[in-house]
Design a protein around this ligand. Structure first.
Ligand SMILES: Cc1cc2nc3c(=O)[nH]c(=O)nc-3n(C[C@H](O)[C@H](O)[C@H](O)COP(=O)(O)O)c2cc1C
Length: 193
């Protein structure tokens, strides 16, 4: 997810999609900004197990069936951009992505429902690694690995933060895109490319 079509995030997404397709995978690609995804989880939808939003229904159906998931976004205030946070709120709903045991009031341990066998997260940022880890504590790692994917049953999780985008050379960016291709090939094996 990134609002600007010429962003490095879009370059990562392009390489990811083409690598997956070249190795024979079926890809459901969503650019949330381009498709106008509405990130607001309203009260009616919150207390229901249905949505009147056809796009949300499409995302529900796809995420439930996905064999693997790749999330791509910039670091915005140590978090995913709001539109992607809203996607998590509206798409990774109870009984879609997780459920609680019958006798649980919702405070216990969840049962993950996603059948994806791997989740990859590609991030970009402008903060050097040492400052990210020591000053900010790398919140995106906790958010995606523990709060979201482990909660939803996807423990085979890999994340790569590309940094710093500001001031990077075209050679560096190409090397990063090669790394994206290698990670996708490693975690989504397919027929020989
Ligand atoms: C609203 C906003 C918040 C941002 N917050 C952070 C941040 O907390 N940490 C950081 O390292 N970079 C932050 N950035 C910089 C972006 O992460 C950076 O522009 C992006 O990763 C570059 O990738 P791109 O070329 O695909 O835009 C922020 C940028 C914006 C627009």
């Amino acid at each position: 997810m990134h609002p600007y079509g010429k962003s490095f995030n879009h370059a990562i997404a392009d390489v990811t999609v083409s690598t997956l397709k070249e190795s024979g995978h079926e890809v459901s690609f969503h650019d949330l900004c381009a498709e106008g995804f509405d990130p607001i989880l309203m009260g009616e939808e919150l207390v229901s197990d249905r949505s009147d939003d056809e796009l949300v229904q499409i995302h529900w159906n796809e995420i439930k069936e996905a064999d693997g998931i790749v999330i791509i976004h910039p670091n915005w205030w140590g978090q995913p951009p709001a539109i992607l946070k809203g996607w998590v709120d509206r798409v990774l709903r109870e009984n879609v992505a997780y459920r609680f045991p019958e006798d649980d009031d919702g405070s216990g341990l969840p049962i993950g429902l996603l059948k994806a066998r791997v989740a990859l997260v590609f991030n970009t940022s402008n903060t050097p690694e040492e400052r990210e880890n020591t000053v900010f504590g790398d919140p995106l790692e906790r958010i995606w690995k523990d709060c979201i994917f482990d909660f939803c049953g996807v423990s085979n999780f890999h994340r790569r933060m590309f940094r710093t985008i500001a001031g990077s050379t075209s050679e560096q960016r190409q090397a990063w895109l090669d790394e994206v291709m290698d990670m996708v090939c490693e975690h989504f094996p397919g027929k020989e490319r």
